[in-house]
Write a protein that binds this ligand. Sequence first.
Ligand SMILES: [Zn+2]
Length: 385
Amino acid sequence: MQTETSNKWLKSINQQKVLRLIFIEGPISRVELAKRTGLTQQTVTNIVNRLLSEEIVVERSPITSGSGRRPVPLIINGANMFAIGIEVAVKYVRGTLRDFNNRQVKEITEYVTAYESEEHPLRCISKVIDGLLSHIPDKIQLKGIGCSIQGLVDSRQGIVIYSPGLQWRQFPLKEKLEEMYDSPVHLENDANLLALVENLNGHLAESHNNITLKFDHGIGGAIVINKKLCSGATHVAGEFGHYKAFEGENAKLCHCGAKGCLTTLASVSGLKRNARISPEDLYARLLADDPEANRLFADITSAVGGAISNIITFINPESVLLTGKLFDKLRDVFIPSLSKYIAATVPETCQGVNLIYLPETPDESTSAAGLVMNQFFDVPLEQLP
Ligand SMILES: [Zn+2]
């Protein structure tokens, strides 16, 4: 029984190795695939036949020149496969349908004032998915659904552990969507997803150790060490929003039950709840030199600056990427004061850290669709030779 399972496993690893190579290097011939993977010609032929019959891969016509048989180049049948990416935000659900050539086919956004129940966000998600599915010729061509979630996510088990904005606690989103759509579902926390995308081919492509911090409705964070996302023992690492940063009269009660968490004043929702002000109004009052606004802003700057400075000291990253709606409104004043605070407080050994401010983050539904493609071509356990 065990041999049967490990044989199956090995077979799937070999198939994924071939598939990933065609995806990355295609057009590529069978001979080249055997050479690159170290598999026998016969094994490669069997795998390719299977991929051809499932219409995942197609043959291109060989370049004819001179005599002899030319190898047939293989490519991914990108126009025949689709991924759905969903961004589940506090005020909307946005979905995008993309083919595997990374072309957008359709985008749908469903706006909400506030979610009324645990099932409400799920209803919005399925409305968006149903709308997108009508643009796929055959449902079998859908290779997966990726979701970007604002909240604590156990991406391995596909559970939203906690998301106050979405009214979810231990919500089995992956299981529910897989039951409804019979397609693989992948979940990722929005900050982790951003870190993955930026590390792959964005602003963090050159960096091996970095931190991503998103100051938005709430606060999200991701830690990358040696190019790997650090998920922690229970898959919730990087929750910088609950870093204890405020003391005294600024130590407000957080929705997590603790007091003085960074998110209680240094996020859009925290500012509104605990200081009764929006980032726009705070910015206007700072420009008018309002003393109360100046005091609040100084407290937030030293709390956020102190937290980032400590994180840099602990992890020693090359780069820290900052983004989110809180910065969008306050960046003229916030980014310079933060840089100054951090430079003055990190140890000398960490002075070279690169602070990157990202005003526009990549569209999350597009990134979530990318997550599907990434998983589809992923080689489990083993890396390519
Ligand atoms: Zn908290």
